[in-house]
Each structure stands twice: as C-alpha cells, then as structure tokens.
Design a protein around this ligand. Sequence first.
Ligand code: PXG
Length: 289
Amino acid sequence: MKVFLSDKLVDEKDAVVSVFDHGLLYGDGVFEGIRAYNGRVFLVDEHIDRLYDSAKAIALNIPMTKTEMSQAVVKTCKANEISDGYVRLVITRGKGTLGLNPYLCKKAEVIIIAATIQLYPQELYDTGLKIVTAGTVRNHPEALNPRIKSLNYLNNVMAKIEAINAGCLESLMLNHKGEVAEASGDNVFAVKNGVLTTPLSSCGALEGLTRSKVMELAREAGYEVHEGVMARYDLYVADEVFLTGTAAEIISVVDIDKRSIGNGKPGKITNELSALYAAYARSEGTLIQ
Ligand code: PXG
C-alpha cells in the first residue's frame, strides 16, 4: 500500500510519524473519512471544506491548498487502485515538544490512507441495528464543539465501549441537557407519520455530509424534513429510526434501549432513502484518474 505523507506517496512501511507528533501526544488534529464509489471520490469538496473548517476552529494551518488536497486524495486512490473504498485523511499538529503549546509544532502533518472499510456486518443492513443510550454525555459544545471533526475521539470511543459492553454495535449519545445528539460515529434520524427529523447540530451533532445528502434526497422525494431538538422519547415512539454516516451509509435501527422501533423491522422510508443514496453515491464524484 502507498500512503500520502507530508507531500508525497511513500510505501506503507515508510509511512511513520514522530512520537513527538501532537496528534499522538494530545489528539491535536482533525480528520475526514471519505468514500470512493465506482471509480470516483464521493463528495470530496464537501469533505475538504469541512476539514479546513475543523482546522480553522482549532487554529491549525494546513500546509496545502484545498485543490492540492483534493488532488492528493485522488492520487492516493489511484496509486492503490481504489475504485470502491475508504479514504482516511488526517492532519496532525505535527512534531513538537513534550508540552501542549501547539505553536512550537513547526508544520502540520498530512496523512492520506486509501483502503476499504466495513463498519457493520452486511446482514445488519437487512435486519437493522439494536442500540443503547450511552451514559457518556456528548462533548459540551463550548468544551469541544462536536461540529469539529477532531482527532480527539475519546468521547465517542467511551460511548462505543458502552455499546459493545451492552452487546450492541452502536450507542446513542445525548447532550448535557439530555437531548439526542447523535450516535458514537453516525447521525440519527427519526421518521414519524412520513416526516423526518434529525437533531440540530447545536444539540451536539456533527454536521454529517451523509446527513445533509439524505435530507436533500428526502426533500426531493417529497418528504418533509426538520432539524430539531429531540428527546429519546421521539426515537422510542418513531415509526422508523436510522443512522447515517460515510462509513455506515444508511442503516436502520430497530431497537433502542429494548424498545422495539415501529414493527421492529427496517422501515419502508429508510429502505427507499437507502436505495436513493446508493444510486446517487454511484453516480456522483471526482473521477480517480
Ligand atoms: N457523527 C460522528 C461523531 C462521526 O464521527 C458522523 C456523525 C457522520 O458524518 P459523515 O460526514 O460521515 O456523514 C461521523 C462520521 C469510522 C468512521 O472509521 C466514522 C465516521 C466516518 C467515517 C468513518 O468509524 N464518522
């Protein structure tokens, strides 16, 4: 495998960073997870815009232009003959000293890995996921804003641990006010009487690109879509619940905290949106050439 590191492609064995990199020492950095479908990088500009916004929010200067970054993503996919795959784009603060001061890190490190990903077993896309609410509260927006896709994922990792300990693969996260925020690595939607609702990003949700695309596709298909403040109650009594994410795509949730959702099977609207998303994802994107 070839990995893009700093400014060029190197062999996987040479793709190493310093133990003094603040990405490792402090989780100081930002990242993106991007999909490639059918020989194209899906939503690359949107991912790169969000990456630069996350970097801006943590005062991190990315030493490449957005155009150079998207070219580097395509180049890394091409070098690894990726047609359908997953790109992990990581920007760390770079090599510094044993102290927090990020200004002592001279240059941010750029890492691009192009590989594949399977977040959940395929059969769960047919049967749906069971999830539980995590006791770990989503980061307070004035502590670490969940809109920043930072390398500091401990909040999510702790919620994931709770999911796995409960025999589930994913957990629901609430914010400090007890409102629904998102899942540990995906956004959440409820469908009730044909209307879709997803938590506002101000409730502690990452502004997921899959979330945005699904809202757009649902509106085009004639559904009413809202962003709002949601309680767990709204999910328990929904007709359908599903999660969205680059890696997860669209996956139905059929059980939350032992409450069966709707009829306990993936819903009609979830399946319809899933098909629309799959078709869209395979028709759009920046050519890998
Ligand atoms: N919330 C959180 C906390 C996420 O990490 C999403 C929502 C969905 O956002 P997008 O833009 O992807 O629709 C994410 C994204 C992984 C992995 O390796 C996780 C994500 C994306 C890609 C890979 O677990 N999470």
